[in-house]
Design a protein around this ligand. Sequence first.
Ligand SMILES: [Zn+2]
Length: 58
Amino acid sequence: MAVPKRRKTGSKMRMRRAHWKTEAPTYATCAQCRQPKLPHRVCKNCGYYAGRQAIETE
Ligand SMILES: [Zn+2]
């Protein structure tokens, strides 16, 4: 495999890192309790997932 001959300069490193950005997390709405929840995860509020009680909540 090819190996870089020269180390990237500090300037080039900063230019590359200038594109690193944080993203706001995406949210889905729970069909059961209408609370915001993360997609493809059990609802923390009511414990429902895919229209059924997946975990017990108090
Ligand atoms: Zn819910």
